[in-house]
Design a protein around this ligand. Structure first.
Ligand code: GCV
Length: 703
């Protein structure tokens, strides 16, 4: 039967109030202009059918779903178990009779994997589960015309990480300090507005498509800081969560919920939330049962406990294994998991006390607990020991928990990387983190930790950077971070530069010419190194946190220096940096396994970019680069501003070649980035010139 076409006005007509991001209608041109066979049934197959039928309606192709069918289709998307397909080449592939297909290992595809080939003029996507078909279809879109050119050798594609999740720091009620979205730079929340659910399924559905198209399969719908209104999402406001789950489910995205550890008290009226109290356990079991009655495929809970004022097990003299296992026990009968955050530190530190070190906190708390967490606890660890800075070492906790499922947490929302007013493509930074080997060359990577053994790992999580902004991310180019997160979570070995090009090609089709090359080249040149540019004009050599307190935008070298937050640079007239050595400092280097415990301990061996994170050094200390620390500060800050100026020039050159609304938005943000970079340069250079008294070797103007 050929399937009747159903359309959704928003994405089909391009008339929606929001940008299509990486799924503009034109991305479907190649697929939609051909005869296509979709073979199989199930809810996610329905999604594939819907996508293909709308594409065919737009571009003149034809969709077949079951017999009688056309034999000469160009594309077959089939569940292997759905039975024979008409096209001989596709059928041979389905039966594994194609030699190339036979060469693809054990052949198992799992719930999300697929096999993609082009044999004898037909492109074939085979999967064992509907999710695989959906991801396979998006792969065909990424390939564009190349999906239908020459033969493609059969390749099995399975995600390296089973869990690929976005955490929204969205509040239901507008919080007096953090607003609708904590650390949100993309307008309001997609889910909530002014204390209530938005009930806007069209936008949410498009969000689900975007997520599936880059590989994300889970979202947590509310902020880890759970306030009064948000606490009730677990109970009387559960219907709102169920509604979101219903909209995202067709794109293979499961919903999770942040809960407060104090829920038995604030919602249940119990006198305690003690994890070992029977009444508390019974309360969580009953509340969780009700969640699963409403949302059968609910993912689980996310908890921030004993952190920045949130309640937690410490109040009852219990540890974090007791706390996490309490929720794990409630979720286990339903197949749910608890993501338990390791972001636990003292935010009432005495800045005078140089022995207390915030960087040590997560390891101090959690390393002794390895082996005590239930199987469905995932310890969610920020990638670095402090807090999502533009440069930090990788957290030693990631090497300390071999008997625990661990998720690595990244921050797509650009709290410390320009707040979506600055271009800062984070793919290269995340890739560096994921490829890092905590035990040296012979050991596994951070991605391996997230993958766990045989897929049991906690996966990769990012704090989301989207909102109700028409471009989804405030800065249109920040979409690339969301896209890159999904793609790296699917395959951490992907090259971030190639991901960037993929995103550009899928998203920014030129408006006045058929030649995509100038726009592609310009965007690539602006974005590819933009994280390093950002690093150059902000806090130097890994020292971090020279931002304005509270909102964290713009420079303020001493903004946090005499505060309780544990984020100091210790600059004086002789030098700067934090001594975290075992020999003379806080001993943080001892939390790393070799070789890094030795490399970071040594001033001589420590990589330049992390020197000030680990050592307090004189301004005239000579880096591996051959420059002194102070000259490095001056040089990088001048260079960073020049690079932003060049970005701005490049963007001017593509005026007219991209949608004017996009061009204006990016141009306006680049102006602000330039202004801000100049401010950073001048404050940092002036501060260190005045502290050190060392002039710039090149005699440039410092104030
Ligand atoms: C959601 C930092 C941010 C907070 C955030 C916290 C966290 O401290 O500034 O806004 O709270 O990290 O990750 O829990």
């Amino acid at each position: 039967m050929s399937v009747p076409v159903t359309g959704r006005a928003s994405a089909d007509t391009g008339e929606s109030a929001w940008h299509p991001a990486w799924l503009p209608p034109a991305a479907f041109r190649e697929l939609g202009s051909r005869p296509v066979l979709v073979h199989g049934d199930g809810p996610l197959v329905d999604t594939v059918l819907d996508e293909v039928s709308r594409a065919c309606a737009r571009y003149g192709g034809r969709l077949w779903h079951g017999p009688p069918w056309q034999v000469d289709v160009d594309l077959v998307l089939a569940l292997r178990a759905a039975g024979p397909v008409p096209n001989a080449a596709a059928e041979a592939a389905r039966l594994g009779a194609t030699p190339a297909v036979n060469g693809t290992g054990d052949g198992s595809l799992g719930d999300e994997g697929y096999l993609l080939a082009r044999v004898s003029g037909v492109t074939v996507v085979l999967a064992d589960a509907p999710g695989g078909l959906l991801y396979g279809m998006f792969h065909v879109l990424r390939l564009g015309a190349a999906a239908f050119d020459d033969d493609l050798p059969a390749r099995r594609h399975r995600p390296a990480l089973d869990r690929r999740m976005l955490d929204h720091w969205d509040n239901v009620a507008v919080h007096p300090v953090s607003g609708q979205v904590e650390r949100g730079y993309a307008g309001g929340s997609l889910f909530w507005r002014d204390g209530a659910a938005r009930h806007e399924p069209a936008r949410l559905r498009d969000y689900g498509r975007l997520l599936a198209a880059c590989g994300v399969n889970a979202v947590c719908v509310n902020n880890v800081n759970v306030h009064d209104t948000e606490a009730r999402l677990l109970t009387d406001r559960l219907g709102d969560v169920a509604e979101i789950a219903d909209v995202l489910r067709p794109y293979g995205v499961r919903v999770h919920l942040s809960v407060t550890f104090a829920a038995p008290v604030v919602l249940g009226g119990l006198p305690t939330a003690d994890p070992l109290d029977e009444r508390v356990r019974a309360w969580w079991a009953a509340a969780t049962r009700r969640v699963y009655q409403r949302i059968g495929d609910f993912g689980g809970y996310l908890v921030k406990a004993d952190s920045e004022g949130r309640p937690g097990p410490f109040a009852y003299g219990r540890d974090h294994a007791d706390g996490a296992n309490l929720l794990a026990e409630a979720l286990a009968p339903h197949g749910g998991v608890v993501h338990w955050r390791a972001f636990v530190y003292d935010h009432h530190q005495d800045w005078r006390d140089r022995s207390t070190d915030r960087a040590r906190a997560a390891h101090d708390h959690f390393a002794p607990l390895d082996g005590r967490f239930d199987d469905n606890v995932i310890l969610q660890v920020k990638f670095g020991p402090i807090d999502f800075q533009a440069r930090e070492p990788v957290s030693p906790v990631l090497a300390a928990m071999p008997a625990t499922r661990v998720a690595v947490e990244l921050q797509a929302t650009q709290e410390y990387t320009g707040q979506q007013r600055h271009v800062c493509y984070l793919g290269p930074w995340w890739s560096e983190v994921l490829r890092f080997r905590l035990r040296g060359a012979a050991g596994g990577t951070i991605a391996d930790v997230a993958a766990g053994r045989a897929g049991t790992g906690g996966g990769l999580v990012a704090v989301a950077n989207v909102g109700d902004d028409p471009f989804w991310t405030g800065h249109p180019l920040a979409q690339a971070n969301l896209y890159a997160f999904g793609r790296l979570a699917w395959d951490p070995r992907l090259d971030p530069g190639a991901i960037l090009d993929e995103w550009i090609d899928l998203t920014w089709l030129p408006v006045t010419t058929d030649d995509p090359e100038p726009v592609r080249r310009t965007m690539h040149a602006i974005m590819d190194d933009s994280w390093r540019t950002y690093e150059r004009y902000t806090a130097p050599l890994g020292v971090g946190f020279m931002v304005r307190p509270g909102h964290h935008y713009g420079p303020d070298v001493d903004g946090y220096e005499y505060t309780p937050w544990g984020t100091y640079h210790f600059a004086d007239r002789d030098g700067l940096g934090v001594d975290r050595t075992r020999a003379t400092g806080t001993g943080f280097t001892g939390q790393y396994p070799p070789p890094w415990s030795e490399v970071y301990e040594s001033r001589e061996r420590c990589p330049d970019e992390l020197l000030l994170f680990f050592h307090h050094v004189p301004y005239r200390h000579v880096l591996h680069s051959g420059r002194t620390v102070i000259q490095h500060i001056y040089d990088t800050h001048f260079a960073g501003v020049e690079e932003v100026a060049a970005m701005r020039e490049r963007w001017r050159l593509v005026a007219g070649a991209v949608d004017p609304a996009v061009h204006d938005r990016v141009a306006e943000r680049l102006d602000e980035q330039f202004r801000s970079a100049v401010e950073w340069r001048d404050q940092i250079n002036t501060y260190f010139f005045r502290k050190s008294g060392v002039p710039d070797a090149h005699g440039r103007r410092i104030h």
